[in-house]
Write a protein that binds this ligand. Structure first.
Ligand SMILES: [Mn+2]
Length: 249
């Protein structure tokens, strides 16, 4: 069997959904799994998610990216306690509760995991990032603030000049479906709300989804070329994009 590259969207503390998804995928040693970030906050078991990802490192090649929520947690664990109020508002309270309610409760191994996360990754035909990108800048010149923090609701980019398809998370698709613009796929399908956790095999377009209870659907091919703009400029969640934004350039 050929080696697969599989992307997994924003997990946000839903360990049960992640485990169910991984059971369905059945990672093999030569597979590459790229997790798009936002492992923590909002859901019930952020600590369990990081534990499961550390375990996954022994089962396949794991490439974890850093999301804006992971960045906040890491900054606070490194002593930037002035960010604490902000973090708690964004769902950090549920994360902290997993670690004895204090940042000092986060084990060294978990901090090292977050420190090992990168900002983006590329394959022959795809590139992967948490939040957004500039279409006209080379991949290695993208500002990290943009990669981690900017929502598609703030700005929907054009196709990247490399010709590679963008695979991103961060902008929750509240219909639970992958946003597919052809040149860009957003696979944050709102597990912390009413949605699901999504995995996408890049070459085949195969999709798996798990709900909060760990029920898995899919293994089906993606429908190609959904309508342009769908889900990219939602009205209902206009406020969240602003609230989530931590940096301005
Ligand atoms: Mn995010």
């Amino acid at each position: 069997m050929s080696d697969r590259t599989i992307a997994i969207g924003d997990i946000h503390g839903y360990r049960r959904s992640l485990s169910a998804l991984l059971d369905a995928i059945g990672p093999r040693a030569n597979d590459t799994i790229v997790t798009l970030g936002d492992y923590v906050d909002r859901g019930p078991n952020s600590r369990g998610v990081i534990d499961r990802l550390i375990l996954l490192q022994g089962q396949c090649r794991l490439v974890p990216l850093l999301g804006n929520h992971d960045e906040m947690m890491l900054s606070i664990c490194r002593g930037k306690t002035e960010l604490m109020g902000n973090w708690l508002v964004f769902g950090g309270d549920s994360t902290l509760a997993c670690y004895g309610k204090v940042p000092e409760g986060v084990p060294r191994e978990h901090i090292e995991f977050l420190e090992s996360c990168r900002d983006w990754y590329e394959t022959e035909e795809h590139f992967l990032a948490h939040g957004n990108y500039y279409s006209n800048l080379p991949l290695d010149s993208q500002p990290w603030e943009l990669l981690r923090w900017e929502s598609l609701r703030e700005r929907q980019p054009f196709a990247h000049r490399s010709g590679k398809t963008a695979i991103i998370g961060h902008t929750a698709q509240k219909n639970g479906q992958v946003l597919d613009l052809g040149y860009l796929k957003c696979i944050d399908t709102w597990i912390y709300g009413d949605g699901r956790l999504t995995a996408l095999e890049l070459d085949s377009g195969r999709i798996w989804q798990a709900d909060k209870g760990g029920r898995v659907s899919g293994g089906r091919q993606a429908e190609g070329g959904r309508r342009k703009g769908e889900g990219g400029t939602g009205k209902a969640e206009g406020g969240r994009g602003k609230a989530e934004r931590g940096n301005t350039r």
